[in-house]
Design a protein around this ligand. Structure first.
Ligand code: C5P
Length: 235
């Protein structure tokens, strides 16, 4: 297990709130996830600022474009000194390979460790009817497995997936492959829009490498205490 597998999703629009939460949480979590809303609101400046404050950064922009464009965006993210970032596996093997190569090349050029480039398989908001709509005839699980295999073929070293997909993916992926799972609820199911959840301890036991946790930490009365309690529950 990585020493602190908690990634806190910083799903807040206000830059001041992101600053305040990061200062409080950076010392007690493994990384901070910056998603589309905060990035579109506050741009690369907030990434640099939170990184400078000592946080490991997971830049979750889920790139999906032609290989050349994605490779350049990944290289630009490496220059922001992020430690993890996401691309869509449905962009195809050439796109994923170009992205991984760009991450390695730019990091080596800057003398930085290469970030962990994570592939997103099927979004958890999609069901089989949505896949069918896109002309994909495979079942959901088969499609997740298929995209995971393509990610391995392209040289990626990690995936984002539902904690419920972890056991089946662990059976087919290389041993050191990183699996990053949202849909984590420390208090068990219920309360908001995540339907298929696991507790932090269950997700780690199932084989998750990293846990993405948003509202149970940032919306808690005491975010730092909430993160510390989750870490303690894993011991
Ligand atoms: O607040 P909560 O813990 O539900 O936040 C989960 C985070 O993980 C959010 O940033 C959400 O966008 C992200 N995520 C997810 N499910 C996915 C992929 C990402 O919940 N399949």
């Amino acid at each position: 297990m990585v020493s602190n597998p908690i990634i806190v999703a910083m799903d807040v629009a206000e830059v001041d709130e992101a600053r305040r939460l990061s200062a409080e949480l950076a010392p007690v979590v493994g990384a901070i996830k910056i998603g589309k809303e905060l990035f579109v609101t506050s741009g690369p400046a907030i990434v640099r600022e939170l990184r400078a404050a000592g946080a490991n950064i997971f830049l979750d922009l889920k790139f999906h474009d032609i290989p050349n464009t994605v490779a350049k965006a990944v290289a630009a993210a490496v220059r922001l000194d992020v430690q993890m970032l996401t691309i869509h596996t449905s962009g195809g093997v050439d796109m994923m390979r170009a992205a991984e190569e760009a991450a390695q090349k730019e990091a080596s050029h800057l003398g930085l460790p290469a970030p962990l480039l994570l592939g997103v398989t099927v979004l958890t908001s999609m069901d089989e009817a949505n896949l069918r709509e896109l002309g994909i005839e495979r079942g959901l699980t088969d499609q997740v497995e298929h995209l995971a295999d393509l990610a391995v073929k392209a040289g990626l070293r990690g995936l984002v997936c539902s904690p419920l997909e972890v056991p089946m993916l662990r059976k087919r992926l290389p041993k050191d492959f990183a699996l990053v799972t949202p849909g984590i609820r420390p208090a068990g199911p219920g309360g908001d829009d995540q339907k298929r959840t696991m507790t932090p301890k269950e997700a780690i036991a199932a084989g998750s490498t990293w846990l993405v946790i948003g509202r149970p930490i940032y919306a808690a009365a005491n975010p730092k205490a909430a993160a510390q309690a989750i870490l303690a529950s894993l011991a």
